[in-house]
Structures are given as structure tokens and as C-alpha cells.
Design a protein around this ligand. Sequence first.
Ligand code: ATP
Ligand code: MG
Length: 420
Amino acid sequence: MAEITAPRGVRDVLPDESWKWAYVLGQFRQIADGFGFSEIHLPIFEHTELFCRGIGDTTDVVEKEMYTFEDRSGRSLTLRPEVTASTVRSYLEQNMASRPQPVKLWTAGPMFRYERPQKGRYRQFWQLDVEVLGSDSPLVDVEVIELSLELYRRLGMTNLEVVINSVGCPACRPAYREALRAYLRPHLGELCESCRSRFDRNPLRILDCKNPTCKAITEGAPDVMDSLCDECSGHFAAVRKGLDLLGARTHIDKRLVRGLDYYTKTAYEVLSGDLGAQNAVCGGGRYDNLAESIGGPHLPGVGFASGIERIVLTMEQQGCSFGREPALDAYVIAVDETARDEALKLLYALRREGLSADMDYQGRAMKAQFKSASQAAFACILGGDEVARSVVALKEMASGNQEECAFDGAAQVIRSRLGR
Ligand code: ATP
Ligand code: MG
């Protein structure tokens, strides 16, 4: 029988890597908490309708990337491809409007998109996500952007580019869309097939097509900045001013667009110079009309999502530190059969004292036990002689120094040697 493998595009994060994830997640949690955000846990699947309306029918995500299935009672459900729509859904459903505004939330977890798997692009991947709901202040946009940059700073990431743009609002976007169509119309025949179909439905998305011909054509396209209404250009200026005040260097990228009506004003991305083709580590922006698109009242919002796989890849590429690789405080070694019972008692005594400790249960040879112990700070060696005298031989693995201590005092000695 053929062995069962994991589905295409998903990956196992093994212990050699999972500790790095834990480090990144820990830093993210600390920074988000420090910025006054609270954690929210949201469901992994939602009604398909939430994403169709909350992300938009004409996006790649909804058109081609969703994992949609019917449950046993025939409801159409979808594994979440992102978490913004769910956050807004939860805000409305849980009546978070009755809490002090704005509501500042963070979450982290797996997202699912049916895409062509490649380095940095998977079908199940994790995002770190923050969302601020209930404020249209440009200072909130600044806070969200700065939170992501503080994270990358804290993680030691460099060679990042922050690109920012404004996508306007329903008041000014129609005029821009028309200006764009007028510019593109003479080139319609030269555009790639998907862009030709975007022309009517969602021409803004032609601006971020990766096809070289489309790119060359859109090079001279009208600048969205020239079409912004007073409110949108004022908001954008205030965001840029806030970022300047904090010393955050950003470039305007007129190609950075989100072609949907409920994406408004600020759009931004953080790009890594060390990732190759999948270079976006973070995408975010404002979505003041999303709540209405899923049937709610007007509710301004802004947030970002950052892919943890791409963060870790960038950090590895750049030789960033992930903190200390987890290691056991102690590994208990029974020299022979006579010491096994005492070794087991010592193991649990250390664990009860809050030390991390492990031992071998298979009766392996001393050499094999010492090999396992080499990853620990201390080896606690027990033979018949030590057992008879109620002592433990403590070997500090890094230095090779060995000392003897009372069986009952072993935990305390280890703790004091570790400075805890
Ligand atoms: P891309 O242009 O790479 O497809 P996107 O615009 O689809 O990105 P967003 O929806 O803005 O990405 O998601 C935010 C972040 O989530 C991205 O910047 C990236 O770090 C990460 N991400 C998105 N899709 C994937 C994926 N399939 N695998 C791994 N990470 C991903
Ligand atoms: Mg994508």
C-alpha cells in the first residue's frame, strides 16, 4: 500500500524550526500587547458568503484560491484565506461597538489558499494579524504600520522596503477608475488575458499585474494621487507626516492597489530584499467600507497581516537571532539497572521543581545516554555507589566540570548554577 503523504503545498513545522516560530510569535505578542492590543481567537472556517462579500468576488483569493466545502447539512463553508473579514464579523456579531473605541485586536494562526506552491507560498500558512476597528484617525494607520515595523526591528530584520499608497474612497475612486480605463483602452489588445478581463470588472488590479508587457504599459498610467478627494489626500498626508515623525522610511508606490470598494485610503506593504519572488512579508491598509459590505453599519478599520513563514525565511537568510534554542536543564543518567528507580525519582523531583528534565526509558547504553545529555545543561549521573550514598554526580555539559551533591539538593544546585 502506498504511504500517505501530506497534501500538496502544506508543510510540517518540525522542532528544528518550531522554536523559531515560537520566538517570532512571542515577540509579536509582546509588541502587540505593548501597543495596547488584545488577543482574539477566531474560527478557522466561516460561511463562504463572508469571504465572497468581505474580500470581494473579483479578487484572486475569492475567484481561485478558496478551500470551499459543504458540510453534512449542505451549508457552504470556507477555510479562512485571511482573517480581516472574520474580525469585522466578530466585532459586529459580538457587539464590540459597546466597548471603548477603537477596538484593537491581534491574532495569529493558519490561513488557507489554493495557490501554486513554491518557496514562501504555501496552501496552509500562518499570519500574524492586527486590526483596529472603530477609528478613522490617520494616527491609527500610523500605529498599525509602526507596529509591523517595530516587530521587524525587534526581530533584527533588515533590507526591508515599506511601500505605501492611497487607494481613495468611493467618492474619488470612480473618477480614477475612468481615467485609468481611458489610458488603458488603446492598449487593451496588448494586455494579458486576465488583465483584459479585469478591464471592465476591476481595472485597478491591472496595475499590480506581474506580466512584463502589462507592467510596461501601466508604467505611464495616471497617478491615483492626482485623483484623490480632499479628505483622502488630507488623510494620506497625515499618515505620511506621522510616519515621518517616527522616522519610518516609506516610498510611495502608485501600483500598490486594492481594487475593491471597501478598501479605502491607506494601502501598504513591507517587502523583503532577501526573499526572491515571494517578497511581501506584510500587507495591510484601511477598509472603511468592509463592514457595510457584509451587512453591517459603517465601521472604519485598518490592519495588517504578515506571513510568519516569510518572516522566518528572511531572518534565516539574514542570520538573525531567534533567541536561545531550547535545551533541557538536566538529563538524568542511570549508570546501571540498580540506579533506575532512583533516577526516575530524581527526574520527577527535578520536574516538580520547575526544571526541564528528561531521561532514557529504554535501558540504552551509557554512550547513547550521554549523547542525549549533550543537549542539556547538566547530566545527573546515578550509579549504585551514588544511590548507596544518596548523592548525584552533576556534570556541567559545556565545561565538563563534575561535582557531587546531595540527592535532595540536586534541583537547588542546578538552579543556582543556571542563575535562576
Ligand atoms: P502575495 O502577493 O505574495 O500573493 P498577498 O497580497 O496575497 O501576497 P495578503 O493577502 O496581503 O498577501 O497577505 C498578507 C501576507 O501573508 C503576505 O504579505 C505574505 O507574507 C503572507 N502570505 C500570503 N499568501 C501566502 C501564502 N500562500 N504562503 C505564505 N505566505 C503568504
Ligand atoms: Mg496572494
